[in-house]
Design a protein around this ligand. Sequence first.
Ligand code: SF4
Ligand code: SF4
Length: 382
Amino acid sequence: MQYRLVGDTGIEVSALGIGTMRFKSKENAAEMIERELELGLTYFDIGSAYSFKSFDENAETWVGAAIADKDRSKMVLSAKAQPRPGEPRVEAGLGISTRDQMWQCIENSLKRVGTDRFDFYQLWDMSAPEHFSAACVGADSPLTAMREARDQGLVGHLGFTTHAGPELVIEWLKQVPDFRSITVYYNFNDRHPEQAVEYARQNGVGVAIMGPLRGGLLTGESAVFAEHLPELAGLPVQEIALRFLLSSPAVSTVLSGMNEIAHLEQNAAVASLETPMTPEQRERFIEAFREFSGGEAFCTACNYCAGKCPEGLPISHLMTLWQLGGLLRLATMTGQIVALKGNEAQHPSKCVACDTCVEACPQNLPIPDRMERLVALIEELS
Ligand code: SF4
Ligand code: SF4
């Protein structure tokens, strides 16, 4: 296993982290964590809402039980709660908007995990300005409690997880210099966080990655990779996806929601490579993407076009289907593409080429043209 520093915190973590979101049961969590520790994984991404059934039955209590007799000195624990205006569900760490609620979340999580300290505590899914307001504005904010917990030694460093665009992420890092780590949704298809990731690197902020395999879609075989990138021929797509992320010097750890030992062992082998992809290969990989799309940029899933289509089309989703299924020929996409055939609401043939989305797209992608090609692809695969 390779180890990397989390920004300028001085804390080193395993390049492959332990995502606890997809554990299937207490037994599954115990089995996975046992093997994860054996393989040298150290970074635990814990969430109070994961698999939440009750205060005593959730992914935090499963983690707590699994690590109770283990050497805590080797672990880096990162917990979190979700800031939102509105209805709080404090036990699950959801809808948090006050200092008191956040204090309860921190204390609940410490108790459930059975530890007296978290190395990191994050605001979970702070992805919109109203989330930031609920989390960070005013003396009675959740951020106040996080700072107090840090000052009392219950929490090491503060951070947030986000799906927001890079401009917002950078703005928040500037406004709250206490944030020393971010967790972003990033993979070779969803590249919009790159600007924020680079800003984090330059400013000593650690970066954890979620969604490295886009929920399991960036897997299987792709002949296209072999054709355009002969040096990657024969590698499964999931390995290429991990190598791509791990070759970024900004990335501290890649989180994968693993619940099967075989997947864990495959991913751990990739995270143990000293050079998962050279800088030249990484450049070539990015360049190859331009080749796949005939020189056109890829949709980065930034979602700036969301809600803009007068026909109600989910543009980012359809663009992703087109480029992963049509250009990269990933077999994992076939089911979703074929399913569009009977989906009147989302069928790309509804596109009337009004260009509203093209104007909203920072890359001015030829979206109507790609919709047409997706229509043809649906027919071809059906
Ligand atoms: S060009 Fe097509 S996809 Fe884009 S907004 Fe218009 S109808 Fe929707
Ligand atoms: S089509 Fe353009 S605006 Fe829409 S998600 Fe993709 S890159 Fe962003």
